[in-house]
Design a binder for this molecule. Structure first.
Ligand SMILES: NC(=O)c1ccc[n+]([C@@H]2O[C@H](COP(=O)([O-])OP(=O)(O)OC[C@H]3O[C@@H](n4cnc5c(N)ncnc54)[C@H](OP(=O)(O)O)[C@@H]3O)[C@@H](O)[C@H]2O)c1
Length: 243
């Protein structure tokens, strides 16, 4: 996918990763539709990248429909909106479970369903999902978040197979910790060290332009996913030690 003649919807564009993705896509010459909720941040960013913006809550059906309508005909979608939650699963309020799954899993699936038919018809498109290493390994204290991101990775993998030959590509990035304002009260973890959001954005753009199906960042974290699959007991010991 060449970004210089592409239109791109970025959800979560007012956040740390989405903002950097917007700046990189604009530098490539893409036309942007920026989604978020914070009007001031969105308006400033839209000014800087000469894009359009849309405020909506993606945990609601109306918000998802509004995003799809604003982004009608886009070539690329980067699903970056997301929230986290950290703590003991038994203490997570039902409303927090529902809000997290609604934003991190249901919204990207529903929005993709609404935008896909036009991409398939044109024989051109790219859908990129910002997942998480938590979805590939499971992380203590983030069970619901891990489940939502694992679901999103599974959705992306299945969709990629389903869309083979249509001209629509699907890619994911699964970062470890990223230095953004991602709100996870109480979260304390020594490893992995947070990477800068502009590194994540560079990898997102590389995935879209180079049709790279799956990216893990930093790359060494891929070892964690492999060890978990090949030697689960050893993985659990290590994960407990470094949690
Ligand atoms: N930061 C990390 O350590 C990390 C690691 C791995 C994966 N990720 C994933 O990366 C993605 C981006 O995270 P980030 O670090 O950039 O976090 P962030 O700075 O907190 O940005 C989150 C974005 O999601 C938007 N958002 C939150 N609730 C929303 C809602 N109900 N409806 C619509 N939009 C909503 C926010 O909009 P407003 O601010 O305008 O409300 C913001 O644009 C997320 O999917 C996250 O799971 C993050």
């Amino acid at each position: 996918m060449r970004l210089d003649d592409a239109s791109v919807l970025i959800t979560g564009a007012s956040g740390g990763i989405g903002r950097e993705v917007a700046i990189r896509c604009a530098a490539r010459g893409a036309l942007l539709v920026l989604q978020g909720r914070d009007e001031r941040v969105l308006a400033d960013l839209a000014d800087a990248v000469r894009g359009r913006y849309l405020r909506c809550d993606l945990t609601t059906a109306e918000g998802i429909a509004a995003a799809a309508a604003a982004a009608r005909g886009v070539d690329v979608v980067v699903h970056a909106a997301g929230v986290g939650w950290w703590g003991r699963t038994v203490e997570m309020a039902p409303a927090d479970v529902e809000a997290l799954v609604a934003l991190d899993l249901i919204a990207p699936i529903r929005l993709t369903q609404l935008l896909l038919p036009a991409m398939i018809e044109r024989g051109r498109g790219h859908i990129h999902f910002v997942c998480s290493i938590a979805g590939l390994t499971g992380v203590a204290g983030e069970a619901v978040y891990s489940a939502a991101k694992a679901g999103l990775s599974g959705f992306a993998d299945a969709l990629r197979l389903e869309l083979a030959g249509t001209g629509v590509a699907v890619s994911t990035i699964s970062p470890g910790a990223v230095a953004t304002g991602f709100r996870v009260p109480g979260y304390v973890r020594r490893l992995p060290r947070p990477v800068r959001p502009d590194r994540v954005a560079a990898a997102v753009v590389a995935a879209v332009e180079g049709d790279r199906p799956r990216t893990i960042l930093p790359r060494w974290l891929a070892v964690a996913a492999v060890v978990r699959a090949a030697a689960p007991r050893a993985y659990n010991r290590l994960a407990r030690r470094y949690a």
